[in-house]
Design a protein around this ligand. Structure first.
Ligand SMILES: Nc1ncnc2c1ncn2[C@@H]1O[C@H](COP(=O)(O)OP(=O)(O)OP(=O)(O)O)[C@@H](O)[C@H]1O
Length: 214
């Protein structure tokens, strides 16, 4: 997949809004591989909604979303499985980690789908992100900022053409935000992938190709 295209997409929840003043909603926008995008918006403007549409979790919108030339509305469940496993990685704002599994198990369960990374690489990321001592801790015993770092590692253990990260550093200090951004960009570059970061204000300090206001 080379391109994600939004054509005149309007979430149903905003369909009666007279104040929709957005670079994305009701516009024609293309996201390309190897490019880095920031989507900025105030709370409730639809950052998570935007991600849910791309991942196929929701389709309560008018307009069209296409992956290259294919409309996502035509896609079958088996195609969505492939998209999520091999083409688009996603870091959920609310993380959606398994609380009763350890940090490492949460990553491993994803990695086992494609065996994309080896254990050494995964453990190295835990160390670099300053949570090397938490590898065998249950997620429910970790702080939210520590969990965000686990969720980023989990998002990186799969092949992808695009990675979407929904407010990934909301609970991180500047140093850990930078480390997380570096790891993500190194992996995205290695895969030739496009990166879409959403932000409510505090955002990863990266060299964005394009900034959209939602
Ligand atoms: N599953 C859903 N179905 C229909 N509407 C939804 C759904 N989830 C959220 N909405 C609505 O869509 C709008 C945007 O919500 P969304 O969660 O995408 O915002 P957000 O920009 O991510 O906000 P925040 O930064 O506060 O998390 C809100 O008006 C919300 O009520």
């Amino acid at each position: 997949m080379k391109e994600i295209i939004f054509n005149s997409v309007i979430p149903d929840v905003f369909s009666h809004s007279n104040t929709l003043n957005s670079d994305v909603w009701n516009s024609d926008v293309a996201f390309n591989k190897e490019q880095l995008y920031l989507i900025e918006a105030d709370s409730g403007k639809g950052k998570s909604t935007f991600c849910s549409y791309i991942l196929g979790y929701r389709r309560d919108y008018s307009g069209n979303i296409k992956f290259d030339n294919k409309s996502v509305r035509e896609m079958k469940i088996s195609e969505w499985i492939d998209i999520r496993k091999l083409h688009i990685s996603y870091l959920f704002q609310e993380l959606r980690l398994f609380p009763e599994l350890t940090a490492f198990e949460n990553v491993e369960i994803k990695n086992k789908l494609t065996n994309f990374k080896n254990k050494q690489q995964i453990l190295e990321w835990f160390e670099i992100l300053g949570i090397g001592d938490k590898v065998n801790s249950k997620i429910c015993h970790m702080s939210f900022g520590q969990q965000q770092r686990v969720a980023m590692i989990r998002a990186l253990v799969q092949p992808f053409d695009f990675i979407l990260v929904d407010e990934p550093i909301s609970h991180l200090d500047d140093n850990n935000s930078k480390i997380m951004g570096d790891i993500m960009m190194t992996e995205a570059k290695a895969q030739g992938a496009g990166v879409i970061v959403t932000s409510i204000g505090k955002h990863m300090n990266l060299n964005y190709n394009k900034v959209f206001k939602l």
